[in-house]
Design a protein around this ligand. Structure first.
Ligand SMILES: Cc1ncc(COP(=O)(O)O)c(C=O)c1O
Length: 457
């Protein structure tokens, strides 16, 4: 570990003793001391006391501008007043019915008006949404295989846990990526049904269809890969996928768990002008409550109506989450709020770019809607393999450095990105940029030393 990074880690440890103590207690009963593996990092994760608007406070009372926002699930920001008001009203009138109610058609209308789908079903998590979408696609086509992209994350079901973060030499040739289970416990039969292609490389997708004629039900993707930092589709890539899927009688599934709410008013299909057959929504549509949906053409969803495909769930359309979701669609994800977030996003990105140029740091800033990331690469990454070349210590230096200056610039892990919520302010962005300016020189110096040391070897 190099001295400037060690210094930031020492500062972090000095500032957060109560988090260290709490993590020790958690570790006794909870694996890794966290409730989701993504929340674990060294030396220990920050424990949160409370949050409001665009800020949160840790157990030691340190205040942070929050661009983690629950891994991007809070475009609304914390405790958005409209969401809180709707939820509080619901809390005293029943929190679960397991029976239909009026908010269901209301929220279904909101979703169908905004996204290119005719009907929807609801759930509580992104995992559920992509799981049911894949099952429906398999049922609609009578085929078992799907194509996913290397490095893409679609949740935790067996069809999603393939080639999420595969390592060399297991992952094979980039033109013909291997199917690598993302951990133990994923049945071989599931892995065999998940074919892997390379993002931004249509030839690898065509190859899968050529090798598996009449066997592929769907291509599932995040229109922007958001689990390798922020990796944008190159011109023509999404349209090319649309054409390949149509030509081969397969469905195109946009996993819009992140992009659906955060890219803009109409999600990825509006942003890129490419129409999928199915979309999966979760995270920010719930405004801080567990809410998900998957939507598609009536002809596909009829399989559920005809009792040919099964979909259920005790927590589906629970009134608390539905009230939150309605408030989100009507009062949070408005065109005015998108304009506000875009303006802040531009300011943040321009500020970062200026500081990167001034400091000589070899990095670029990627951006899309409410999201962005400082990408520690000499040129724009196109796929998962490009992403793996990052200097992890340098990224940790950035992240802990920002945290020590009161800015959680993004979730921990270099495969994530920042989110700007509708509650962030110009002052938040200015503070964020000041923190980055404060640390950029030290990052650039460390980077140059490390590159020189590597060149010398
Ligand atoms: C693109 C994408 N799809 C699906 C999921 C899974 O969502 P959840 O964690 O709500 O199950 C995630 C979560 O990070 C995601 O980013």
């Amino acid at each position: 570990m190099y001295p400037a990074l060690q210094k930031e880690l020492d500062t972090f440890v000095r500032r957060t003793p109560k988090s260290a103590e709490a993590h020790k207690k958690n570790l006794k009963r909870i694996p890794l001391g966290v409730a989701s593996n993504y929340r674990a990092y060294d030396p220990y994760p920050i424990f949160v006391k409370e949050a409001q608007g665009s800020h949160f406070r840790d157990l030691d009372g340190n205040d942070y501008i929050d661009h983690n926002l629950c891994f991007g699930a809070l475009m609304a920001g914390h405790c958005h007043p409209a969401v809180m008001k709707a939820v509080e009203k619901r809390l005293s009138t029943g929190t679960m019915f397991g029976m239909p109610h009026n908010m269901e058609w209301e929220l279904a209308e909101e979703i169908c008006n905004r996204f290119p789908v005719e009907t929807v079903r609801f759930g509580s998590s992104g995992t559920e949404a992509t799981m049911h979408a894949v099952r429906l696609a398999r049922a609609a086509t009578g085929r078992d295989k799907i194509v996913k992209f290397e490095g893409a994350y679609h949740g935790l079901h067996d069809s999603a846990l393939v080639s999420v973060k595969p390592h060399a030499p297991e992952f094979g040739d980039v033109k013909n990526p291997e199917q690598v289970p993302a951990g133990l416990g994923v049945p071989k039969a599931s892995v065999a049904n998940v074919l892997v292609a390379t993002f931004n490389d249509l030839a690898t997708v065509e190859r899968r269809f050529r090798e598996n004629p009449g066997e592929i039900a769907a291509v599932i993707l995040e229109p922007i890969l958001m689990n390798v930092g922020l990796c944008l589709p190159q011109k023509g890539f999404l349209q090319g996928l649309r054409e390949i899927a149509t030509k081969n009688g397969a469905l195109l599934i946009f996993d819009e768990v992140k992009t659906g709410a955060k890219l803009g008013w109409g999600g990825a299909s509006e942003y890129f002008g490419v129409m999928p057959d199915m979309i999966c929504l979760a995270k920010s549509i719930g405004g801080g409550f567990p809410l998900a949906a998957f939507g598609t053409h009536r002809s596909v969803m009829d399989l559920i109506s005809q009792h040919k495909v099964f979909h259920g769930g005790t927590y589906n359309t629970n009134p608390v989450s539905m009230a939150a979701g309605l408030a989100v669609f009507r009062e949070v994800l408005t065109r005015e709020n998108y304009a506000h977030v875009d303006k802040l996003g531009r300011k943040l990105v321009e500020g970062y770019r200026k500081t990167v140029a001034k400091s000589g740091l070899q990095a670029y800033v990627a951006e899309a809607g409410a999201n962005g990331a400082l990408m520690f690469y000499p040129q724009e990454i196109r796929n998962y393999r490009d992403w793996t070349t990052i200097d992890i210590d340098l990224w940790r230096h950035y992240w802990f450095g920002m945290v020590n200056r009161g800015v959680m610039a993004q979730p921990y892990w270099w495969d994530e990105q920042w989110t700007i919520s509708v509650q962030h302010t110009e002052a938040d962005i200015e503070k964020h940029l000041t923190a980055f300016e404060d640390i950029a020189e030290s990052l650039a110096a460390a980077q140059q030393e490390r590159m020189a040391a590597m060149a010398a070897h």
